[in-house]
Design a protein around this ligand. Sequence first.
Ligand code: CMP
Length: 139
Amino acid sequence: MTQRTFSIIKPDATRRNLTGQINAVIEAAGLRIVAQRRILMTRAQAETFYGVHKERPFFGELVDTMTSAPVVVQVLEGENAVPRYREVMGATNPDNAAEGTIRKLFALNVGENSVHGSDSDENAALEIAQFFKAEDIVG
Ligand code: CMP
């Protein structure tokens, strides 16, 4: 089933000029980038986006990290895009990420893990809507 998922190329990756290399892994995995924008996230945007983690001890650090440099927000489309992209990203902690995954290839540590991807269809829809208007997604 063709699905959409939401992706962020995080500050640690944009800072190291890895956007193109990460996009190449995404595309080689059969996912299509159907919307993409480079932005500097505001604290309000990051706090809303990661609201589910508000009570976690790393929340402040997470918001600081996500607003420290530009990010690239993306909509990816493909067969089972949500689980497929999670497979392509690898485990949240790069120490546990499988060979060939984006996080194994590029991530520095759990907080600077290069990419974010939605964990369910429902969250994908909410996350996409936070950053993109329907007419800006061209599949
Ligand atoms: P992401 O998929 O963007 O969703 C939440 C993020 O919180 C996660 O990736 C990590 O970058 C970050 N995160 C998760 N666990 C920790 C942790 N123990 N310390 C710091 N950051 C974390």
